[in-house]
Design a protein around this ligand. Sequence first.
Ligand code: AHR
Length: 330
Amino acid sequence: MKKLTAIVLTAAMCMGLAAPAMADIKVAFSQIGQESDWRTANTDSINGTIEAHEGWELVYDDAQQKQENQIKALRNFITQGVDYILFTGVVSTGWEEVLAEVNEAEIPLILVDRLPDCIDDIDYVAAFGGDFVEEGRRQVAWAGEYLKSVGRDSEDVNVVIMEGTTGASAQTGRTEGNLAAMEEYPFLKLVGQQTGNFTRAEGQAVMESWLKSIDKIDVLIAQNDDMALGAIDAIKAAGLVPGKDIIIVGCDSVKAAFEAIVAGEMNATIECTPLYGPFVESCIESLEAGEEMSKEVIHPEEGVYDMDGGIDLGTVVSVKAADVIDERVY
Ligand code: AHR
């Protein structure tokens, strides 16, 4: 095969044709699946950046939400002898063995998005992802501060928390942040807590069942915007007004959430950027230049967007979604 390629290249050169670019660096990416608008934007950002980079070849695998598919993909990347592996885990546990195999193969491992629990026991070259605990804290703090600002902190306010995929670090982190912040606002009463698996369809189904079984829901904390948007459909179908009868706080800050906020059907969204392409690119370029990256997990700077802006969450002040909706790229 190599001989044939050489003959074709030599013939092309003799004929004065430009030789096709050979990929020098194979960058493999084990993606979780395509459960949300966030995930689609994340895949597009990373894959688009790698594909557009001269001399880089993308080796991509979509695990369709299954850990066993991710494990197979990682072993396949090792067999193919790729140069870099980008990895995010659908859940946070159960990666020790396969990531040790990646380490044994001496393939630089770049951790993105959902980090594995065994992070301290494996070798990786860089790690980049959202601060999930802080995102969860901001969700509840937004609801608490907003309710205070409209004088509703003297009544009992019933809150439901719709969680992401059970066992994903985005779910465990945001739940930790949600529950810790609930302590700061004693007028918030937790009346429901269930997974909606980060999807619109399950967000709608969970909200439907809550509306049948819980007498009064005042606030929905949805650990991503897709679930919030699904819940909005269920709230409307039940004859209630989303954004008014039930205050809705999502997470991710996807364009569809901005549109819902501008339409008055959702109240706030906490940003978790999916745009990892530039980080991945500069990381691989630095490593190729022989530079070492810090092992510290890098969290991007993220905002909070809502109906009117000006809600102070200590670490960030919310911005009015309508003012910045045109800048949204995902
Ligand atoms: O891991 C990031 C989370 O996964 C996003 O918040 C969510 O939308 C996605 O499915």
